[in-house]
Design a protein around this ligand. Sequence first.
Ligand code: ADE
Length: 228
Amino acid sequence: MIVDVITIFPEMFESPFSQSIIKRAITEEHIQLNIHDLRKYSRDKHNKVDDYPYGGGAGMVMKPEPFFRAIEDIGYDKETEIVLMTPTGQQFQQQLCHKLLQKKHMIILCGHYEGIDQRVIDQFVTREISIGDYVLTGGELPAMVVIDAITRVIPGVLPKQESYLNDSFQNGLLEHPHYTRPMEFRGLKVPDVLLSGNHAEIDKWRHNQSVRITKKKRPDLLGFKTNN
Ligand code: ADE
């Protein structure tokens, strides 16, 4: 999968993607990540990429020309998913990771200020994604969230495929609790069933725990109303 990101803060992407699982996914070419500096596509002598909104009002709007040039320079076809990160988009969920994983090429646009000129959206954007009902200073962190979540479900990225198949949300339930050594720590014991070696019983216990935890923490996932 090739992911091109268009941003005014390319440096923000350096550290998060040079560590751990994502770093390995890039080195092993499960994903190719290209970060593009939007300012390079500005013809303005100060590399300006924003301007006042027509019709007045507070804040600045990101200009259309740099985005048009950047997207056309990167190149795209009708299969390319061109995503705008925006708090007004569709809420990002685990299921969407699997849908996006089918795409060979994604271009992610990171918005700032009051937003980007609507003509960019009308011309290119195939999907608008929000990572939650809150407003961040820009689309960079949301883009990283989406890239991270997609990358870890690319087959071969996690050491064992099961490790994501058991994830929270994967089967509509939250994950069961985990324990490791020691068996007893400050009087706190690991549940006996996990030490029993009886895999059918262990699976049953884990499933029951998942249901219990989901009911308690996220009843909405089971179709119940939440109190918050
Ligand atoms: N840009 C600013 N806030 C955002 C959010 N919650 N999701 C996606 N993009 C954003």
